[in-house]
Design a binder for this molecule. Structure first.
Ligand code: RM4
Ligand code: MN
Ligand code: MN
Length: 427
């Protein structure tokens, strides 16, 4: 049986209980004044890109425990992503990491992805590792390196990533830099920033006119004293200096504990510089845990800012949504299904916030009712509506269950037993 038939069968087996839950929820939403069909359409329009590096089991520097049937190459990754898309109907695009998933023939990859019903979102450059055969080392930095020859090598790589992305049909590049210093005095804090800016200016010039460049900040790791693009302020300075087609990317895990990320989102929206997201979750640092697994309310508050920004037309182009997770102990496909379901549900909850009522409470300084307005939306069990949006789009009411029922892993375990997955060295 193919996946579509298994999905239909699984949906049929839960149709009665699904309808009961859905009808109860619909009645409640209608009573509260929501347009249920409009909500369904908005949920269906939500898209998030799957990163090519999340399909194999991740790991730490201590070890990696691979599971069965992992994709052995980037083509097989497309096959896995098409399963996630088929079940959730929310992931029609892929975010590629180069060189981790550099295709030998980009046009062939584009065609294979298209056959899987997939296109490409932002491409990611990697100047945080030395590549085999590379002339210069990034041990002491890439774009910020004191030696112009090293900087040129890094700039050339990023320009090459843009060229590969052009063939794939991408229109964005995300640049995350590991550059920084481990000890006070090691690096000039100001000159290193100037060098990064001037390198990015060259990449910016190289981009086609319909492309955008995202700068991604991160407070620490691998540099433990001072990272060059360490916070959203530095990222914003870069994006503003680069020009109109540069913007900031917010990775939820790239903040020190207790940082108010929704505030950062609001500020970047205000500056017209919110370019994209890397969704994940974290307890301590850049943990790359499953989205919503640790701080689901924070995720809701981030989506609330995004929905408010969209409603007030605060941006000319909506941010690009991407996942950036490492799946160390979960089946990567299941973790990604869980992530997409969480994102769809959290977005849907944020859509329930009545903006006008909230604004009125804010104007009246009615703290209790303003907060209650958010919490009422957050505490609504929206899952039946999100499941219905997926079902109507041809996806699964319960993607994880349908996936298990498909025996995809077992089948891939046999089909892919020759040869094995080579993980990126830093995952
Ligand atoms: C970095 C950052 C980048 C990601 C790499 C794998 O910490 O989050 O976005 O591409 O990890
Ligand atoms: Mn990231
Ligand atoms: Mn990260």
């Amino acid at each position: 049986m193919n996946l579509a038939d298994i999905t239909a069968k699984d949906n049929a087996s839960r149709q009665n209980s699904h309808n009961e839950d859905l009808n109860a929820l619909k009645a409640r939403l209608e009573r509260e004044g929501h347009d249920v069909d409009a909500l369904l359409r908005q949920i269906q329009a939500f898209e998030v890109a799957v990163p090519s590096w999340a399909l194999g089991t991740g790991g730490t520097r201590f070890g990696r425990f691979p599971g069965m049937g992992e994709p052995r190459n980037v083509f097989e990754k497309m096959d896995d992503i098409s399963v996630i898309q088929a079940l959730t109907r929310g992931t029609p695009k892929v975010s590629l990491h180069i060189p981790w998933d550099e295709p030998q023939d980009p046009a062939a990859l584009r065609d294979h992805a298209a056959e899987c019903g997939l296109g490409f979102d932002a491409v990611n450059s990697n100047t945080f590792q030395d590549q085999p055969g590379a002339h210069y080392s990034y041990k002491f930095g890439s774009f910020s390196h004191v030696d112009a020859a090293v900087r040129d090598q890094a700039i050339e790589h990023a320009c090459h990533v843009v060229d590969v992305g052009k063939t794939l049909g991408s229109t964005e590049i995300t640049v995350w830099l590991a550059d920084g210093s481990n000890y006070p005095g090691q690096m000039s804090l100001r000159k290193s920033f100037q060098r990064v800016l001037s390198g990015l200016q060259q990449v910016y010039k190289h981009m086609p006119s319909d492309w955008r460049l995202f700068t991604e900040h991160k407070p620490y790791e691998p540099a433990f004293y001072a990272t060059v693009v360490q916070d959203w302020g530095s990222s914003l300075m870069l994006a503003q200096a680069l020009g109109e087609r540069a913007a900031c990317l917010v990775d939820l895990g790239h903040h020190l504990p207790n940082t108010n990320i929704e505030m950062i989102v609001a500020r970047l929206v205000e500056a017209g510089k919110l370019g994209g997201f890397h969704f994940n979750d974290s307890k301590y640092g850049d943990d790359d845990l499953t989205t919503g697994s640790i701080k689901p309310y924070q995720l809701f508050l981030v989506f609330h800012e995004l929905v408010e920004a969209a409603r007030s037309k605060a941006w000319s182009s909506a941010p690009a949504y991407m996942i950036d997770q490492s799946h160390n102990v979960k089946d990567p496909i299941e973790a990604l299904l869980q992530t997409v379901m969480t994102l769809q549900a959290t977005y849907a909850r944020a859509l329930l916030v009545p903006s006008d009522a909230l604004a009125a409470y804010q104007e009246e300084n009615d703290v209790m009712m303003a907060e209650q307005t958010l919490r009422n939306a957050y505490e609504t069990d929206i899952r039946p509506l999100v499941a219905e949006a997926r079902r109507l789009a041809g996806g699964a009411i319960d993607p994880i269950h349908a996936f298990r029922r498909s025996d995809y892993r077992e089948k891939m375990g046999m089909a892919r037993e020759q040869g094995s997955y080579t993980p990126p060295a830093s995952l």
